[in-house]
Design a protein around this ligand. Structure first.
Ligand code: ZN
Length: 342
């Protein structure tokens, strides 16, 4: 959530005139066509905060950073959840813009429309999120004005990665950021890519959007076989939308939204399901047999069904998400989910 001010050409010029002491630093940000540093060198300069992110044109630099050669991008639970949240941000922002209950004024709306455009453009980027350790690269997340170490940063144009501070994702091995905070953080960074420089304004917008998104949503948590286990439901804001669902166990996050959506049926065959919301989400007793841990999660589903006359009728059903986790528990258990309707 920090942007290094772009070095203005006049600044570089005056630094050059003032003396050669500054020459090294100023020179690092000057990328003329014939002396563009190598991909690896550009990655090194970005991490040393000597090359502004938005000045990097060659996407191979991000690939080099995300590929693990330089940073080592592992996949803990928060990292995985963040990738899922990144994909959902487009949908959540567009839901907010279409819904009158979303707490935004006309100025926010304008900014959020630009954020939506950026989210749409960035959805399929191969290197959308890059995790960097602020311990290994102490200058990268440091705000030059306040000296604060930020949780994330990016540059002032779309199609750039969002860089996330790995040291801020966990506290004593447990996830340090809630789903709301992840959504808020991503909206903040996409806001920078949409051209907004004000961190406070973006913090505020991100927090309001995240609070609105999670209103009426549910996160249930417990420990199973000594591992943190979570089931998250983010309900939609209108009857013709679908909930976002995922299950987390140990370091693995399993998205369930598409699976649930594919299996929803209306009781009458001439009705089409157009949306759903879940409430009363709760754990059932787990069972352990034959190296398989079975964890049922129950909920009340309200399915919105449209008939041939475009009338929308809701049907209330009970649903179980039966999650099966197979040994070996670590590092990569096999997790599968069955959905049972009653
Ligand atoms: Zn910021």
């Amino acid at each position: 959530m920090s942007i290094r001010p772009k070095t203005h050409p006049t600044t570089i010029l005056s630094l050059l005139i003032l003396g050669f002491v500054h020459f090294g630093v100023a020179n690092a940000t000057l990328l003329s066509a014939d002396e563009t540093p190598s991909v690896e060198e550009q990655a090194r300069l970005v991490l040393a905060n000597q090359l502004p992110i938005e000045e990097v044109i060659d996407a191979r630099v991000w690939r080099a950073m995300a590929g693990g050669d330089i940073i080592g991008n592992g996949g803990g639970i928060v990292e995985q959840r963040m990738f899922a949240a990144f994909k959902d941000t487009f949908r959540l922002v567009s839901q907010c813009l279409r819904n009158l209950t979303c707490p935004i004024n006309s100025v926010d709306r304008n900014l959020l429309e630009r954020v939506l455009q950026v989210a749409r453009q960035n959805r399929h980027l191969p290197e959308s999120l890059i995790f960097v350790s602020s311990t290994t690269y102490p200058l990268f997340f440091k705000d030059p004005e306040t000296g604060l170490v930020r949780s994330a940063k990016t540059g002032f144009r779309p199609e750039l990665p969002v860089f996330v501070n790995r040291e801020h994702l966990y506290h004593n091995g447990q996830p340090a950021l809630s789903s709301a905070e992840l959504i808020g953080l991503l909206v903040h960074e996409l806001g920078h890519q949409a051209g907004e420089a004000n961190h406070t304004r973006l913090d505020d917008l991100g927090a309001r959007l995240a609070a609105w998104v999670l209103q009426g949503g549910t996160l249930i948590e417990r420990r199973l076989l000594g591992q943190q286990t979570q089931f998250q439901v983010i309900n939609p804001k209108s009857p013709d939308e679908w909930p976002i669902l995922w299950m987390g166990w140990n370091s693995q996050t399993t998205p369930l939204s598409s699976l649930a959506r594919a299996q929803v049926q209306c009781l009458e065959s001439d009705r089409t399901p157009i949306g759903m919301e879940l409430s009363n989400v709760h754990w059932q007793r787990e069972s352990l047999a034959n190296d398989e841990l079975t964890v049922p999660i129950s909920a009340w589903a309200r399915i919105f069904c449209q008939d041939r006359n475009a009338m929308v009728i809701y049907e209330d059903r009970d649903v179980d998400f039966v999650v099966t986790i197979k040994r070996p528990w670590t590092p990569q258990p096999t997790i599968s989910t069955q959905i049972k309707w009653h």
